[in-house]
Structures are given as C-alpha cells and as structure tokens.
Design a protein around this ligand. Structure first.
Ligand SMILES: [Zn+2]
Length: 46
C-alpha cells in the first residue's frame, strides 16, 4: 500500500517491484505504483 504524492490516493499493488541495495545499507523493496485517480507514477518503499 502506498500513497500518491499528488492526490493522496492509496494504491494497493505496485506495477513493478525491485530491490534497492545501497552499499553498506540494508536492501529494501521498492515498488513502482500507478495512481488510478490522477494517472501519475510514483515510487515507494514496500
Ligand atoms: Zn494520484
């Protein structure tokens, strides 16, 4: 679940996910979400 930064709509499932692993830090899952309300794409940690 992630919130659109533009309109605040909550999007349940990401279109795409991947793992972001910066050096020396814990890897985390990032998802690419598409907002059904405004059509914008945004990324959020899952
Ligand atoms: Zn939106």
């Amino acid at each position: 679940m992630a919130k659109c930064k533009k309109c605040g709509t909550e999007v349940a499932s990401p279109e795409k996910t991947w793992t972001l692993a910066p050096k020396g830090r814990k890897p985390m899952n990032v998802g690419l979400f598409k907002c059904p309300n405004c059509g914008g794409h945004f990324r959020a940690a899952i």
